[in-house]
Design a protein around this ligand. Sequence first.
Ligand code: SAH
Ligand code: SF4
Ligand code: F3S
Length: 445
Amino acid sequence: MMKKLYIKTFGCQMNEKDSEQVRILLEDSYVKTENPEEADLILINTCSVREKPEHKLYSEIGRFKEYKLKKPDLIIGVMGCVAQQEGQALLQRFPYLDLVLGTQGFYSIRSALEIIKEKGSPVIFTDLKENFEIPLVLSKSKGVRRVKAFVTIMQGCDNFCTYCIVPYVRGREISRAPEDILKEAEELVVKEGVREITLLGQNVNSYGLKERGYPDFAELLDLISQIEGLWRIRFTTSHPKDLSEKLIKVLSENPKVCKHIHLPLQAGSNRILKRMNRKYTKEEYLEKVSLLRNYCPEIAITSDIIVGFPGETEEDFEETLEMMKIVQFQEVFSFKYSDRPFTLARKYPDKVPSEVKEERLRRVHSLQEAITKSIYESYIGKEVEVLVEGRSEKDPNKLTGRTSTNVVVNFSSPRLDLIGALVKVKIVEAGKHSLRGQYVESLRV
Ligand code: SAH
Ligand code: SF4
Ligand code: F3S
């Protein structure tokens, strides 16, 4: 009989993809369940990029302890970035844990489960190899049909921004073999009917630069776009310093590449950018934005911003707001700076008080809300292409999808059997987080 797997995922899209890979690795013996109480294996895939998600993990693990008392055979494991960061220490803190799998170690989950079965002792796989090869994990089952999927193209990061834990928990930057990326993407399209693929990496713009004979990221996009039946390609995240004119050209000219780029600014003051080790100035960032808009006027730019980095003065912070006004990001994900283990910024003495961070975050939110509103309103009356992802959550008589520029559109339609189709929608109204529209015609089904 098949056993049951419950897997809870925190953190970024990379983690979502890793959870999916684990499900496939175990598909011979486990089926997924949404109910942890009936699970034989509970996995928590963790994030440690900020303090908050790390704390979530600790409350989550505590919750599962009682299940183990009721069901002694239950296996509980932690994977992902906190597992990588804490390793053995997690077992000391939570003695009922069976498994600690790091960001490369989770690929060996099958042998880890074997060891537990044979020896009964907990297993920790947290080695990080510099020459690690991201395995090709393909499902043998036919799979359910779905519209969108992720494909990991690289692992790790070499940038060492002074606030960031990622290089320590994901290891050195490694690009995946292009053949494997293409194979995985093709399988998703052919077997599961996937129409849109998002390519994942901490810093996709430096794809292939360290490896001999690999295409660069712009070339990789063109290669993937040749897959028949694949209609849209997205990617995340881009580091501004490695955004090349060659890539911008592909972004503007290749019709399958979506007209959206997530380009984290982090801060608007050159002094803070330098202390963050971001390796660009605000002037250089603005040059990249101009280049993007010159080649591709319709492009949507979104960003990440950290408020209250150590030493950030009111003047520094106002430069961040100024940059937001100049660039007009479609959306911004903003975070209060928090100290992370291993990082340099943790040792900086001039920490910003928490009330000040709170207040700056509110100012970023309210400015961005106004900017997003004006961008969303500019869509009213226009016809846009939407890839239909499903029924609208709020109103099941409507459909939902995204524009190429990554805005959610909910729309009424005479037909509801259009999931996976590319349709033309006329925008009639702008909400805070989405647009509303009416179906015009189907473009591709
Ligand atoms: N590789 C991606 C970022 C991954 S982390 C990139 O370079 O864009 C996602 C976001 O979390 C970062 O862009 C940053 O804005 C935020 N972040 C990372 N470390 C943080 C910290 N210590 N405190 C607050 N926010 C942080
Ligand atoms: Fe972290 Fe910077 Fe690497 Fe992004 S580029 S993962 S922010 S170190
Ligand atoms: Fe979090 Fe790890 Fe992603 S720290 S943001 S899950 S790379």
